[in-house]
Design a protein around this ligand. Sequence first.
Ligand SMILES: Cc1cc2nc3c(=O)[nH]c(=O)nc-3n(C[C@H](O)[C@H](O)[C@H](O)COP(=O)(O)OP(=O)(O)OC[C@H]3O[C@@H](n4cnc5c(N)ncnc54)[C@H](O)[C@@H]3O)c2cc1C
Length: 380
Amino acid sequence: MKRQIFTEDHDAFRETVRTFLAKEVTPHYDKWEKDGIVSRDAWRAAGRQGLLGLAVPEEYGGGGTTDFRYSAVLAEEFTRAGTPGFAIGLHNDIVGPYLTSLATEEQKRRWLPGFCSGETITAIAMTEPGAGSDLQGIRTTAEDRGDHWILNGSKTFISNGILADLVIVVAKTTPEGGAHGLSLLVVERGADGFARGRNLDKIGQKSQDTAELFFNDVRVPKENLLGELNGAFVHLMTNLAQERMAIAVAGIAAAEHLLEITTGYVKEREAFGRPLAKLQHIRFEIAEMATECAVTRTFLDRCIADHSAGALDAVHASMAKWWATELQKRVADRCLQLHGGYGYMTEYPVARAFTDGRIQTIYGGTTEIMKEIIGRSLLG
Ligand SMILES: Cc1cc2nc3c(=O)[nH]c(=O)nc-3n(C[C@H](O)[C@H](O)[C@H](O)COP(=O)(O)OP(=O)(O)OC[C@H]3O[C@@H](n4cnc5c(N)ncnc54)[C@H](O)[C@@H]3O)c2cc1C
């Protein structure tokens, strides 16, 4: 089915992204996978190409558009290229909205130009060793010392954790306040007492620097409070819908791409004297996956259009997230199976997509948490 949500401008942007990937990302990606990190040069190149801060107002160096369809194009093309370790979506679609919607004018002038040029790489640190799905378990504290906070605690699994120059940290500012005692504090590279732990060894997305962060009596100036004091929970709930959409968009794009690769493979590969594609089981596998992708694509495109118009609610974003990423997981498994032993070899894109994609049903809120959100909206 022809997609109906894009205009010629989006198509032109897609070409720009493809050219960027071919020149600045794909040739270097294997090295980054070995190094466990993406080069800063690539981030700056993305900035020069206008791919960072699409939704940041032009006066701060951004693209000046809140049209989420451009973000969808970026996510789709990075996914198709097999380069999810370059966490451009995290920077643009997950961290970006906190800065554009919550920062004061002074903070915007301080942080947004670097955000858009690629000089300032960003991260958001919610998860702790003892608190993932349940953010009420956060133990990192920020003690009020007049003109500054003293931050103590640790975070784990933080994407861009090694590269990040600016980290939005969720911390307890009112210990007895429960969910409503949490605030967002911005910690900048070089702050005394801010240390990075290991670049974690993951099963996929090897080039993504996912790390532990430690805060030991870090002095955070009061000017680095982002949004309302004790308002983090509300800010997180507001922004998590876009985070979930960004992940869902990558999920369906990955499933479609895997199907495309595998369709080509089964036409070429022969067994028992004829192409695999002539066997009924294989044909049914491909037919079922194509149907599931087409149905999901229709729903996702509707969600993308609604979100671009500011009309997508958290419940539908949660539906999109769990459905598209679980589909991605199923399709990756079935496509790997159809590749036989070759599917297990990392030189085959299907193998890397299998391990790279596995995290999709976990981060940004697990499938189970998405179902909790949907269930709560229906059943109270
Ligand atoms: C590669 C990677 C990148 C990440 N990037 C970031 C990042 O940039 N910033 C950040 O803050 N975090 C990040 N995370 C953390 C991620 O968001 C969490 O791992 C995730 O939210 C799950 O939390 P947890 O690992 O503590 O699992 P837990 O919360 O311990 O959950 C374990 C299992 O229990 C299930 N479960 C928990 N509660 C319920 C419930 N109420 N009902 C039913 N089932 C439940 C979960 O679904 C899961 O299956 C990242 C993680 C990874 C692996």
